[in-house]
Design a binder for this molecule. Sequence first.
Ligand SMILES: *Cc1c(COP(=O)(O)O)cnc(C)c1O
Length: 363
Amino acid sequence: MYPRVIIHLQKLQENAARLVGFLAEKGIQTVAVTKVFGADPRILKAYYDGGIRHFADARIQNLARISPAYGSRMLLRIPMQSELQQVITHADISLQSDIHTIRKLNEEAKRQDKTHQILLMIDLGDLREGVYERGEMREMAKEIASLSHIDWIGTGTNLTCYGGVLPTKENLTQLLETTRWLREETGLSLPVISAGNSSSLYLTEEEGWPEGLNQLRIGEALALGTEAAYGRPFLHLHTDCFELEAEIVESRVKPSMPIGTIGKNAFGETPVFEDKGDRLRAIVAVGRQDADAADLVLQSPCMQILGASSDHMILDAGSCANAQLVEVGKTLRFWMNYRAVLRAFTSEYVDRYYEEPNDERTN
Ligand SMILES: *Cc1c(COP(=O)(O)O)cnc(C)c1O
């Protein structure tokens, strides 16, 4: 079935092993974030085989797919009060920032006769989730410490998500100091300091990663091989774990300028065209519902993506010396960025093909 995403399991397993090892040497625990591939079971296993023992996702439906036998399961998105029952059932740890929710979570944990671990989120200025002000932290700390079925294990922060604020030695040291202050205030050990996502990684390669920051929640670097502050490849991780493959359904020479009066296209945009005369064009059976053309890189250098509607992508193939590449029924491959992988795994129209470790060794 096409379109399909080709998943290179061996490379994903190697990424997991390399990153877990690298961070462990620095005293940092790797929590693998699975939301970009919807906690796909085969990828979970590759990560597990690569040494991952801590998993996290933003959606409770994805967490429910992760076997407790693989290790701990962390809920990343501040939970809705309407899902607390599932949070206690499917998550061992959750990120929290609202005292009313934490109170209700304690009641639900008690009902299910479980102890639930939480990290209190601290906002360092990115202005997404987290407590911002020490007065409020002190109030919350007092109450959280008194809850019978909540095990408060530490603090966390999230950067480069809404405000685009980069993690730096300065703001991460602030997280460390705030946590030390909370330890003094409460007398709790609060052993975990969860210092962000793939955008914090670049700091681990530099001098002076603040000692005591001991956890990172990593999605992008494991799956795409890049850190998220500057989008650079990190630690020679594989950046080619995912490809999109789609099939050509029409191939024909046509004018490069549409004929008629130009109005708006299907997405309300007014398209602009360059007149290159008659050109060989191909239509590929993949569209915006499956992946945005801007998030894909075509692996055939003689072709160029002209545009896409919901279900069709149009290519210029006028520079291809070998017209066989563009025959109806042939397939084409694309490299995918983070957004493309995310969308492919949430679209029910995109099939999944797993490249087994043994297949790859012969390549
Ligand atoms: C998505 C997410 C992450 C992982 O981010 P990456 O940039 O993919 O590493 C970490 N923490 C939270 C709270 C998230 O929502």
